[in-house]
Design a protein around this ligand. Structure first.
Ligand SMILES: [Zn+2]
Ligand SMILES: [Zn+2]
Length: 274
């Protein structure tokens, strides 16, 4: 079987036995669930969950699991004239998702922001012609289901189909990446930002953390590095990791403003009364 951790949603390599514990959840950025380590399988998920999808804008569809499972993130299908790209991934691949993606022309490449969303990516790749899966090499140790479809990339920027580019920002993970799509948002550009640049409930802002569930911040130099990595690119909209968490416009200002606030908060605090 290929066990799936119910806390982070990652699928493990084929094995007759369950893993002892989930390596991704044993890491300090995650956690073992309150009831201890629990496992499931893709077949069980298909019985208990379904995928939902939403057309976000021309050429962009988001997918997520209902009811909410594990971390609860969304994945995106990006359609470009030179091919379709899946950004981030979820633990479930069911008939409605397969049919939807097939009608849109399938998947030519898959890119994932960081290990928390590696999930069942090998299943998605297999279903769509063994589409190549681009992961940053600095996070290679976190791949729990190795497969020939996985291609590690190095360095700071990787250009992929349709003018899309992957930008390594680091921070949350060494290889944490965002995807830049210049043609989105009426040619004003969009970032698909995973947990690397987190869209927060006040959607005029974003944030940056080493651990989100355990509230561990990043140092100033790591936040500055993220800002510097995206500074050369224009983007209006930011699609965050979770359903509806989207900065609708002025995304680049939101990132700058949020970084300034974050740096003030970790240096001196924001309470001006003191
Ligand atoms: Zn896990
Ligand atoms: Zn994460």
């Amino acid at each position: 079987m290929n066990a799936i951790c119910t806390t982070c949603g990652v699928q493990y390599a084929e094995s007759p036995n369950l893993p002892d514990c989930c390596r991704i959840c044993a890491d300090e950025r995650q956690y073992i669930g309150i009831d201890g380590q629990k496992w499931t399988t893709l077949d069980e998920l298909r019985r208990e969950y379904k995928t939902s999808s939403h057309a976000e804008e021309q050429g962009l569809t988001s997918f997520w699991m209902e009811p909410r499972f594990a971390i609860g993130q969304r994945a995106f299908l990006i359609e470009t004239p030179s091919g379709n790209v899946l950004w981030d991934c979820i633990s479930l691949l069911d008939e409605p998702a397969i049919e939807y993606v097939r009608r849109r022309g399938g998947i030519d490449a898959i890119c994932i922001s960081h290990p928390h969303y590696y999930t069942a990516v090998v299943e998605w790749s297999r279903e769509f012609g063994n589409a190549p899966v681009y992961l940053h090499r600095d996070d290679a140790e976190w791949v729990m289901r190795p497969a020939p479809c996985i291609q590690f990339w190095d360095g700071e920027v990787k250009n992929i189909a349709g003018g899309l580019r992957l930008i390594r920002c680091g921070g949350h993970f060494a290889g944490a990446t965002v995807l830049h799509w210049p043609e989105a948002s009426g040619h004003k550009g969009a970032l698909l930002s995973g947990d690397t640049i987190q869209v927060v409930p006040d959607r005029r802002f974003v944030s940056f953390m080493w651990s989100y569930p355990n509230y561990v911040p990043l140092p100033a130099r790591a936040v500055q590095r993220i800002i510097d990595a995206v500074e050369p690119y224009e983007f209006d909209r930011i699609y965050g990791a979770f359903p509806k968490m989207t900065v609708a416009q002025n995304g680049k200002d939101a990132v700058r403003r949020s970084a300034e606030r974050y740096l003030r908060a970790i240096r001196d605090g924001l309470d001006t009364q003191r």
